[in-house]
Write a protein that binds this ligand. Sequence first.
Ligand code: BG6
Ligand code: MG
Length: 212
Amino acid sequence: MNYKGVIFDLDGVIVQTDRYHYLAWKQLADRLRIPFNETVNRRLRGVSRMESLEIVLEASSVSYSQEQKEALAAEKNEIYRGYLSRMTPADVSREVLLVLTTLKTSGVKLAIGSSSKNAKLILRKVGLEGFFHAVSDGTNIVNSKPDPEVFLAAQEMLGLEPKECLVVEDAVAGVQAAFAGGMDCAAVGDAAKAHIATYELARFSELIDLII
Ligand code: BG6
Ligand code: MG
C-alpha cells in the first residue's frame, strides 16, 4: 500500500456541491449588483464562508458592517442549503462510490477534510454518514485552507502520520494546505489544471492504483 490513509475534500471531490456554492454566491451577488463569475468563484474553493464573502465583496463599492456581513453570509447559506435539501445518494457518482468502497475494503483509512460547516449534513443527505473513519470539517477548525489545520486534524483522527496520508482536492488552496501539512496531494478539476499537485487525476478511479 502506498498510503495508509486518504483524506478527501468534500465539495467538488466527493459531490459536486461546488456548483451549488457558485449558484448561491451568484444569486447573492446579483441581488447586491456585484459582478461575479467563474474566475472569482475559483478563489472561493476551499475557503471558509466568511473569507469567501470578503472575496465576493471586493468588487462592491459599498462597505458593509460586520453585522451586515454576517447577515449576507447567512443569506447565501440559506440559498445554498435549499440546493442541499434536494440531494440524494444518487448525487455520489458510481465511480466515486466504487473508489471509496474499494479503498475501504482494502483496509485504507478514509477521512473527510472539508472547510464546510455543512459537511455532515451533505454526508447524511447522500447516504455517507458513518462511512468515513473520520470527518474533519469547518466545525472543528479555526483556519481554513490553505492553512493545513483541517487536514492535520483529519490525519490525527485517523491515527496516522502526514506522510502516510494522501489528500484528494479540487481547490488550489486545498493542494497548498496538503503540502503545508506535509502530505502528498492528488488533484482533480481546477486544482489539476493548476499543475501544482503531486498527482493530477484524469479519472477518479486512478486513485485505486495510486493508493493500493
Ligand atoms: C468548502 C468550499 O468546501 O467549504 C468553499 O470549497 C466554501 O467554497 C467552504 O466556502 C465553506 O462552506 P460552508 O458550507 O461552511 O459555507
Ligand atoms: Mg473542494
